[in-house]
Design a protein around this ligand. Structure first.
Ligand SMILES: Cc1cc2nc3c(=O)[nH]c(=O)nc-3n(C[C@H](O)[C@H](O)[C@H](O)COP(=O)(O)O)c2cc1C
Length: 230
């Protein structure tokens, strides 16, 4: 099992990173692999509304001179996704917004490929705007049919200078509980014997359909077989 976290802060060693690592600690205790990517430190371009991702349905954005396509593959491969951002002018950072505008459209273009993965948002804030940022980030998960994990409080921590968030004891407890809840849900889902709804099947056929023209003729048969196996 793997969790990938995207940090929208441009500041390395900052408060968002600190909180993400607090969550990672709980996940790693349970043997769950983690990876942290600092999208906020990169030049991530915004969506240009060309809708080529919808046309091509190849899990790629036409903008190829940044890392978004690589990161989208990491999202697809992960079992859970964390989106972390500091509050900038009462919302997420611009880099994070560019990142989720593009990846959410890519997910839609590819048959809701992130559906039923687990998601959680984390917000670093000095004073105000955390709830708005938290809700904005969570919108990425809910439009993508993902399962949002919560904690004993909304997932935020207070601090201005890098590392100051450690002094927010309640925020730290919130992160620890978030990690525990995410680990529990990951394990519960992996052990579940309940098959996912039809959409998963449709996705795999859709993929096979695109990968090989030969599969094309067999697609209806493959669909029936998969339904019977359900
Ligand atoms: C450009 C900018 C805008 C900010 N806007 C807000 C804000 O609207 N509300 C707030 O409480 N803090 C604001 N802050 C403070 C950061 O949210 C806070 O320092 C946060 O802990 C930084 O997280 P990081 O260390 O992960 O980058 C702002 C900081 C910057 C640099």
């Amino acid at each position: 099992m793997k969790v990938v976290a995207f940090n929208g802060s441009p500041r390395k060693g900052g408060n968002t990173e600190f909180m993400i690592k607090k969550v990672f600690k709980e996940l790693e205790k349970e043997g769950i692999e983690t990876e942290l990517i600092q999208v906020g430190a990169e030049n991530i371009r915004g969506c240009i509304a060309c809708f080529k991702c919808m046309e091509n349905q190849n899990q790629k954005c036409i903008i190829a001179n940044d890392n978004v396509n690589i990161y989208f593959q990491k999202m697809i491969e992960a079992d859970a996704i964390i989106l972390g951002s500091p509050v900038y002018c009462a919302d997420m950072t611009g880099q994070m917004k560019c990142f989720i505008d593009r990846t959410s459209l890519m997910a839609k273009a590819n048959a809701d490929i992130l559906a039923r993965k687990i998601g959680a948002s984390i917000v670093a804030v000095r004073r105000n705007g955390a709830m708005h940022t938290f809700n904005s980030l969570n919108s990425f998960f809910t439009i993508n049919q993902m399962l949002v994990v919560g904690s004993n409080y909304w997932n935020m921590g207070f601090g201005l200078a890098a590392g100051e968030v450690e002094q927010d004891k309640e925020g730290m407890v919130t992160m620890t509980n978030l990690g525990k809840n995410m680990a529990w849900l990951l394990k519960s889902l992996s052990e579940s014997k309940i098959a996912p709804p039809f959409q998963k099947i449709l996705q795999s056929i859709n993929q096979a359909y695109k990968n090989s023209k030969e599969v094309l003729a067999e697609a209806p048969l493959q669909f029936i077989l998969l339904c019977v196996q359900q």
